[in-house]
Design a protein around this ligand. Structure first.
Ligand code: ATP
Ligand code: MG
Length: 185
C-alpha cells in the first residue's frame, strides 16, 4: 500500500485546504520549528484511526481542529483525506469499496459531533479503517510512523510491547483485531 496524496482542512495548523502529493521513494519534510512537520505525521496517524488524544499531543480529540490565531477565527471542523494505491496489499473487509487499486479514506471531526469516516465514498466504522491499515502493515500504531522521541520508547519497551511492534511490522496485527472481535460475539 502506498500513500499517494494527503489533503488536510482545518487540521491543527493546516487551516486552509492543503494537498500534498507523495511520490514513490523516500519523502523528507523540512522546515523551521513549529511549521507543522509533526502535525503532518499526526494527520496520517489520525486518518488511520488514532483514538488517543495524547498521542496527538492534545487534551481532547477536538484539539485537532484549528484553534484560531490572533488574526484567524477557529474552525468548527477538521478533515483529513488520505489517498492510497493498494496494489499488492490485502484490503480485507472493504473489498467491495475499493475500486481498482484506489483507496481514499476521509476522517472528519466536528465540534460537539465526534468524528466519522468514509472509505471510497461510503460510511465506515473506525474499526474498519483500523483493519484496512493493520492488514497493510501500517496504521495509527504502526512502527512505520515514528514520532519525535519514540526511538527511546522502542529501546525501553517490554518484550510483550516489542512483540506487538514486530507483529505490526509483519502485517498480522489485523488478525488479533479479528480474534478479539470473534471472541466478543
Ligand atoms: P519542530 O521542528 O519543533 O518539531 P514541527 O514542524 O514539527 O516543529 P509541529 O509541532 O507540527 O511543528 O507544529 C506546531 C504548530 O502547530 C504550533 O505552532 C502549534 O501552535 C500549531 N498547532 C497545533 N495544534 C493546533 C490547533 N489545533 N490549531 C492551531 N494551531 C495548532
Ligand atoms: Mg516536530
Amino acid at each position: 500500500m502506498q500513500i499517494k496524496r494527503l489533503r488536510l482542512t482545518g487540521f491543527k495548523s493546516f487551516v486552509e485546504p492543503t494537498e500534498l502529493r507523495i511520490e514513490p521513494g523516500l519523502t523528507g519534510v523540512v522546515g523551521p520549528n513549529g511549521c507543522g512537520k509533526s502535525n503532518l505525521l499526526e494527520a496520517i496517524r489520525w486518518v488511520m484511526g488514532e483514538s488517543s488524544p495524547k498521542s496527538m499531543r492534545g487534551g481532547g480529540m477536538e484539539d485537532v481542529i484549528f484553534a484560531g490565531t490572533s488574526s484567524r477565527p477557529p474552525r468548527d471542523f477538521a478533515e483529513v483525506a488520505i489517498h492510497c494505491d493498494t496494489e499488492g496489499a490485502v484490503v480485507a473487509g472493504l473489498s467491495d469499496a475499493t475500486e481498482g487499486h484506489e483507496l481514499e479514506v476521509i476522517r472528519r471531526i466536528e465540534r460537539g459531533a465526534g468524528s466519522a469516516y468514509r472509505a471510497n465514498g461510503r460510511d465506515v466504522r473506525a474499526k474498519d479503517v483500523a483493519l484496512i491499515f493493520a492488514d497493510a502493515a501500517t496504521g495509527a500504531h504502526s512502527p512505520a510512523l515514528v514520532s519525535q522521541g519514540k526511538i527511546a520508547n522502542v529501546i525501553a519497551a517490554k518484550p510483550t510491547e516489542r512483540r506487538a511492534m514486530l507483529e505490526e511490522a509483519a502485517g498480522i496485527a489485523g488478525l488479533h483485531v479479528r480474534r478479539k472481535d470473534a471472541e466478543q460475539k
